[in-house]
Every structure is written in C-alpha cells, then in structure tokens.
Write a protein that binds this ligand. Structure first.
Ligand code: MG
Length: 306
C-alpha cells in the first residue's frame, strides 16, 4: 500500500481570481469536470466574495451547485465571512476555507481587519456551521505565514499565535499558506514544527506559491515534516489581488509527477491531468501557463508504482 497524499486543486479559485481574461461559467464547469475526471479528489471551485471586489468569482454559487453534482468530488469554497459561509452552505459546499492573514498589512489590505479581528470572525462562523443539519468542514487558512510583500518578515511566533487562536475556535483544520511565495524549505520545516507543537494534528495542509522557484522544494520540506495535504493549481495559475508581487501556485502537474515518482499515491492520472490543462487553454488561450512536466512531456521513466 502506497502512502496517500491529497491534492486540492485551487486553480478555479486562486487561479482564475487573478487571470486577465474571464472564464465563462460553462467553461469553468467543463474545466472542473476534466480536473475531477483526472482523479483530483478535491477542488476549490470559487470564493463567495462580493462580485465588485473579484468579478471573476461572481458565479461561485452556480459553480458550487453544479460541482457538487460531480460524483466523488469534494467541493471546497473560500469564504471571508459568515455571510459567505452561509452562501457556501446553501450551495452545498463540502468544505469552506476561511482566510486569516498572519501579517497586519495583508490582513488590512485583503479584509480591512486585523488578524485577530478575523480570528473573531471565524469564532462566529464555526457555531453557525455546527448548528446546520448537514456537516460542512471548516478549514482556516493562515495566509502570509511565510512572509508578506507588504510587511516583509512574518515571525514564526506570530504564525503560532494566529494558528492557536484559530484552533481554539473549533475549526476542523488549519492550513499554512505561503501566499506570496517567499518561503524556503528550512522555514517551512520550522513553521510546521512550531505550529504543530502548539495545535497538534490540526495543522494539515500547505498552500504554496512558486514566486521564487522554491515551490516544489517547499512541498518536499512539508512532506518531510509529515504534511500529506497540499493545494496546487493546474498550469500554475494564481496569485493574490491584495499581495503585490505574488505569482502562481505550485503547478499541479509537476507536484503530481514528483509525488507519484516518489511512490506516493495521489489518485491522479497525469495523462488525464494534461487533458484538463488543454481544456483550460482552450477556454482562456491568452493566459500564460506554467509547468515543467507539460512542457517536457511525461518521460518514459514515469510509471505509477503499483
Ligand atoms: Mg494563494
């Protein structure tokens, strides 16, 4: 039995929020279906934010409603507040991601709140979700946990403080996000260890960006620390509208190649993943795409371990 690693594809959310061209609702659904058909178990399909703030996410309710009809797919939506959580629940989302910036600058720019005010928002969301008849998972995402393009260095103690506050709200899990992609492998290890020492196994996922080209090295550092859940984005789309200088997420195609080659089981068919990439390219052909595996082609040495 190979050890499992769970990838959550965030391209339809993190990727499209920054894309220069809008993807039509029908095209988004085609793309999400193609990603799911490749065996990707979880997809963050959109965010419940005001359309005037991020117009590309205006159809998130419809996208969630249609995505939950895809057999076997776990559907995730980003929500910044209680109102968003309520909308995500009504649309049928299986998990919500609530972003909480660790750095003051990003927090103010993104949510116009201090980090601890946003922890307070999470504290209000959890009991509402728990009262509902259907179970919906709640993950709090510590944004800018490894550096901030506005504030610069983000001290590890600050990450621990925010993560601890979040764990105490009763969320199911906490993720650590290198929103701007300034982190390095040693730092990933240090922060994962420090947060785990404070909140135990509630810290589960890494969300990494490849701004400095260290995305996969950082993922490997996380793996070595026992992290088995990762966010990534097809073709490396992504960025953050409130974090100047951030570039794309780690590339799903390359991450799958690395993990499967190392003997981990992602459940993802790399060939079909490349087909999903073509669906994306057909819908928004102007959008720059990234990734070494798609460029080089799947090598003959690649073979999923049995
Ligand atoms: Mg991101």
């Amino acid at each position: 039995m190979r050890e499992k690693v769970t990838i959550c594809e965030v391209g339809p959310r993190d990727g499209l929020q920054m894309a220069k061209s809008r993807m039509e609702t029908a095209a988004k659904i085609r793309w999400i279906k193609a990603i799911a058909a490749a065996g990707v178990p979880e997809i963050e399909v959109g965010s419940f934010v005001p359309p005037r703030v991020i117009p590309a996410m205006a159809d998130t309710e419809e996208i969630v409603r249609q995505s939950v009809q895809i057999p076997g797919l776990f559907v995730v939506a980003l929500v910044p507040n209680l109102r968003g959580a309520q909308a995500a629940y009504a649309a049928g989302a299986h998990r919500i991601t609530i972003p909480v910036s660790v750095s003051e600058g990003h927090s103010r720019s993104n949510l116009n709140r201090t980090p601890m005010e946003q922890v307070g928002e999470v504290r209000g969301i959890v009991p509402w979700v728990r009262e509902q008849p259907r179970r919906m998972e709640i993950e709090a995402a510590c944004s800018t946990a490894f550096g901030c393009s506005i504030d610069g260095v983000v001290p590890t103690e600050k990450v621990v403080e925010v993560a601890t506050g979040l764990a105490e709200t009763g969320v199911d899990s906490v993720s650590l996000c290198d929103t701007v992609g300034y982190g390095n492998p040693s730092q990933i290890k240090e922060v994962v260890r420090a947060v785990r020492a404070a909140i135990g196994d509630k810290v589960q996922r890494l969300h990494l960006h490849d701004t400095m080209g260290l995305g996969l090295a950082n993922a490997l550092a996380g793996l070595e620390e026992g992290i088995r859940k990762f966010d990534s984005s097809l073709a490396g789309l992504g960025g953050c509208p409130y974090a100047p200088g951030a570039s794309g997420n780690i590339v799903t195609e390359d991450l799958v190649f690395m993990l499967e080659s190392m003997g981990f089981d992602t459940g993802i068919d790399l060939q079909k993943l490349l087909a999903a990439r073509r669906v994306l390219q057909e819908s928004i052909p102007e959008e720059p795409v990234h990734g070494q595996v798609p460029k080089a082609g799947i090598p003959k040495t690649y073979r999923k371990a049995a």
